[in-house]
Design a protein around this ligand. Structure first.
Ligand SMILES: [Zn+2]
Length: 346
């Protein structure tokens, strides 16, 4: 019997509540609880090999606390729903080590943001990182649309400017004899009624369009009808971060998920696994239901900085653990097949 990093994180979060507000111990427990989700290996394995202070956010006092937790091996009660169903980086890395072909055969990342909306790196910086550091064959740029001003959502004119830059970048690649491609997409904001916020005429030249809810995400009642209505909207291809949950912030929308995934399949749409660690949406459980429904899956990192492109690890591990076959995942299609898939749905 031993504890996982996820269980340690939960125990530290609970210990935090026992300390008086504003104390150093409370701050340290809070930091370490969050950091535990991103320790690259299980603390119990490290405890046998070296000092726990090698772990991020762990000083001598916390190393003692964690050693005590590991020694008693008393698991925490189930976490609250807003912290349940998230993989830790240690779990993600263990899964990927067992299935190296998943990273080796991956062709693309299908959700990322640039300074055209709320990203912190330019389109060219994101493309360079994807091509030179990660070895992708193509990528999909998906900045926000105008209905989300908080994320500096683009109007039709700015979308057109971004298109021109994508085209220029692709011409440069072509001149260099480089077969890699930047695809132009959009993360289109969906109203709670499932309507998009952009002129459909301006969407037609885009390669792949994501649709996502960003409002009324805290309603508690069943939202199946909202999803079914949105999936009938012909102007997008992929339902991005379907639930809209955020780690320890909100649980996201509830629905009859098999019915939602059936509707997505009937409408020829894909549903996304968003690899952003605080989202992991779909998580393993829902991704398995999507797999059973036979719906197409798209994996995106939702990166807003080149560093966050590494979140692909979370997306892949969720797909592996959910038992999704690679031939149902858009990221494994060659670019021509991905474009044909999207064109077929217009
Ligand atoms: Zn979004």
């Amino acid at each position: 019997m031993t504890l996982t990093n996820g269980q340690i994180a939960e125990l530290l979060a609970r210990a935090e509540q026992d300390e008086a507000p504003g104390t150093n111990r409370r701050t340290a427990l809070h930091r370490a609880s969050r950091a535990a989700l991103f320790w690259p290996e299980e603390a119990h394995a490290l405890a046998e090999a070296g000092p726990l202070t090698e772990l991020r956010s762990v000083g001598p006092w916390l190393a003692g606390v964690i050693a005590g937790l590991l020694a008693s091996a008393e698991p925490p009660p189930d976490p609250p729903e807003a912290r349940a169903g998230f993989l830790t980086l240690a779990e993600v890395r263990a899964t990927l080590r067992e299935h190296p072909e998943w990273a080796a055969e991956l062709r693309s990342d299908l959700q990322m943001h640039t300074t055209y909306s709320d990203g912190r790196a330019s389109l060219r910086e994101m493309a360079r990182a994807c091509f030179d550091d990660l070895g992708y064959h193509h990528i999909l740029i998906t900045d926000h649309s105008k209905g989300l001003p908080i994320a500096r959502g683009m109007d039709e004119a700015r979308l057109a400017a971004e298109s021109a830059e994508v085209a220029a970048l692709n011409r440069e690649l072509e001149v260099d004899g480089d077969a890699r491609r930047v695809l132009h997409g959009l993360e289109m904001n969906l109203s709670p009624e499932g309507e998009g916020d952009m002129d459909p005429v301006d969407l037609r030249h885009l390669d792949v369009v994501l649709g996502a809810f960003h409002s009324k995400l805290r309603v508690a009642d069943d939202q199946t009808n909202r999803y079914v209505a949105a999936l009938r909207n012909p102007t997008f291809h992929v339902l991005a971060h379907p639930r809209g949950r955020r780690w320890d912030v909100r649980v996201g929308l509830r629905a009859d998920w098999p019915a939602v995934f059936d509707a997505a399949r009937e409408q020829g749409k894909a549903v996304e696994i968003d690899g952003f660690p605080d989202r992991q949406d779909l998580d393993v459980e829902l991704a398995a239901l999507a797999g059973e429904a036979g719906v197409w899956i798209s994996i995106g990192t939702d990166a807003h900085h080149p560093r966050e492109l590494a979140n692909m690890e979370f997306g892949l591990a969720i797909a592996i653990r959910a038992g999704i076959p690679r031939d149902r995942i858009l990221n494994y299609l060659p670019v021509e097949e991905l474009l044909a898939w999207a064109a077929d749905r217009e």
